[in-house]
Design a protein around this ligand. Sequence first.
Ligand code: OFO
Length: 165
Amino acid sequence: MISKKLETAFNKQINEETFSAYLYLSMAAYFHSLSLDGFAAWMKMQAQEEMSHAMKLFNFLDELGGRISLLTVKEPEKNWKSPLAAFTAVSRHEQYITGCIDGLYQLAGSEKCNPAQIMLQWFIKEQVEEESTAAKIVLRLNQIKDNANGLWMLDRELGARQHKT
Ligand code: OFO
């Protein structure tokens, strides 16, 4: 059985992950508007990954006998001033999500919920990867600056992203 406090926090995290999916889909639309279809494909894949995170939490809360309660998903931004600004926003967002996961993990500890702590270790590791990937792309975009060829090459590279196995 899961405590009410932890149940509420899990429901909030389901909402955060769903918002992440929504934010990245909005970025996909932004990149399509710039004809950067590789960037857009990367974002669409990221959005799918975020929905799989939401579902992991959803299924886990259900298994633990918690009551799932879906909250309003806020409207994401629609425009960024450049690809660099968009990926800087990704990087900041992932740092924010890491903070949410860390808080949830600590709450699972103080509520003495070992299964939740064990499950959340997967998310802790995942956040290391999410932050590192975003930081690397921000670095590349900073190096590219206004170089159209560099942007085009990165677009091709990001478009080749494969689903995680
Ligand atoms: Fe779910 O990791 Fe990003 O937000």
